[in-house]
Design a protein around this ligand. Structure first.
Ligand SMILES: [Fe+2]
Ligand SMILES: [Fe+2]
Length: 142
């Protein structure tokens, strides 16, 4: 478990294996999951509300900072240049989607809440499960 006991259950199940073995990065993943849970566990918060905007800005800031830190940590852990380049490109794709969605929100385009939830989940839990964990295992064969 990556949540201390006593906290409410996550809206989405968190990945079973949650550690990359790099403390700062593990903590950032936890912080991202908490922000995500906070946003999507409140169905009453609609996409164009100020509450959603505030949460989305926090998530964006955390995610951008996290990607930069994670790339630096993976380089420091000796990840191969090809694998690192591939991972950076995965991050870039997420940043592009996030930027587009931010513009759409600012332009007050109608965006279904489900689409936002799915996107945020993909960027955080999906990317973590599909890409981060794999790199964590390469960096720590034990
Ligand atoms: Fe990550
Ligand atoms: Fe990543």
């Amino acid at each position: 478990m990556i949540r201390p006991s006593g906290q409410p259950p996550a809206v989405f199940p968190h990945p079973k294996h949650s550690s990359l073995g790099i403390l700062r990065i593990d903590q950032e993943h936890l912080a991202l999951l908490r922000t995500l849970d906070g946003l999507i566990s409140r169905p009453d918060i609609q996409p164009h509300s100020s509450e959603f905007s505030e949460g989305f800005s926090i998530l964006t800031r955390q995610l951008l900072e996290h990607f930069a830190n994670e790339e630096a940590a993976m380089a420091a852990e000796g990840l191969s240049p090809a694998a690192l380049e591939q991972h950076v490109s995965e991050h870039k794709q997420i940043i592009e989607q996030l930027t587009q969605l931010s513009f759409d929100l600012m332009a007050r385009k109608p965006i279904p809440r489900e689409h936002l939830v799915e996107s945020m989940h993909d960027w955080i839990v999906g990317h973590f499960s599909a890409h981060d964990l794999e790199l964590g295992r390469q960096g720590d064969p034990a």
